[in-house]
Design a binder for this molecule. Structure first.
Ligand code: IPD
Ligand code: CA
Ligand code: CA
Length: 259
């Protein structure tokens, strides 16, 4: 199947949404809370409207699932999954780590993904079977093969307080075994930074489909591996636990993440 038209559309729309966000990004923003600790701003919603309207215009027969409430024909074989602003807390505090993420599942498989970080003007994209790219140059996961030399990124779900000891135990295990850990606050950029080899890996529990739909493809197409903490296949529609790595360190990482 020729995926190019879908990639082209996703790239154009992600850039338009990125420009909308960027134009309002050098200031602090008021957050509302959809549920405890889960924030949203007016700009998240504006970005979602821009993206979903543009997709519906180009692909009226496709389904859409987006974080701020758009849910159209989720049973369709072509399903767009959108995070209109990933890293809302950063954005609202005028930190530059935020992004727009647009992924396309075809018959349930991540097939096209675009993640655009407007403050860095970094555009990551991938097509199933076609490789992954950063600003149009091919990218690849890192070749680091020693856990004690590996650099990782993580995040915690908004629900972390319900199970804090579990998450902190895993974090402690990782701090003990690796070179260093970072927590940046944009899951989509975290996946992207594994794909281009800046990090050896990324782990997080409690992600949502829109955090992962484009990012998983980015890592896989860059030569990496993505599974659940127990090593079972990662399911974008039901992403309970997630480890993305350069592949070489995957099994070593899974051992550390066993509770
Ligand atoms: C969040 C960010 C954060 C991650 C959370 C996500 P949002 O997304 O990606 O890094 O740790 O799990 O929910 O709410 O800013 O789109
Ligand atoms: Ca998100
Ligand atoms: Ca979001």
């Amino acid at each position: 199947m020729n995926l190019e038209p879908y990639l082209k559309a996703a790239r154009e729309i992600a850039r338009d949404a990125g420009q909308l966000i960027l134009a309002q990004s050098s200031t602090m923003h008021t957050m509302e809370f959809k549920e405890a600790f889960n924030p949203v701003t007016v700009i998240d919603r504006q970005s979602e409207t821009l993206i979903t309207q543009a997709l519906m215009k180009r692909f009226p027969d496709h389904g859409i699932l987006a974080e701020e409430g758009t849910s159209i024909h989720q049973e369709k074989d072509f399903l767009w999954i959108i995070d209109p602003l990933d890293g809302t807390t950063n954005f609202a505090h005028n930190l530059p780590q935020f992004s727009v993420s647009i992924g396309l599942l075809i018959e349930g498989k991540p097939s096209v993904g675009v993640i655009y970080g407007p403050r860095f003007d970094e555009e990551f994209f991938a097509m199933r079977g076609g490789g992954a790219f950063l600003n149009s140059k091919p990218i690849h996961v890192s070749s680091v093969d020693a856990l004690e030399r590996s650099f990782w990124v993580t995040g915690e779900p908004y629900s972390i307080r319900k199970n804090i000891d579990y998450h902190l135990k895993l974090f402690k295990g990782m701090v003990n075994k690796t070179l260093a850990i970072r927590r940046f606050g944009s899951a989509c950029l975290d996946f992207s930074n594994v794909a281009c080899g800046r990090f050896e890996g990324y782990w997080e529990a409690g992600l949502k489909p829109w955090d992962a739909a484009a990012g998983v493809l980015m890592v896989e197409e860059a030569g990496g591996k993505v599974t659940a903490y127990d090593g079972s296949p990662f399911d974008v529609r039901n992403p309970e636990t997630m480890v993305a790595s350069n592949g070489i360190l995957h099994s070593a990482m899974l051992e550390v993440l066993q509770p």
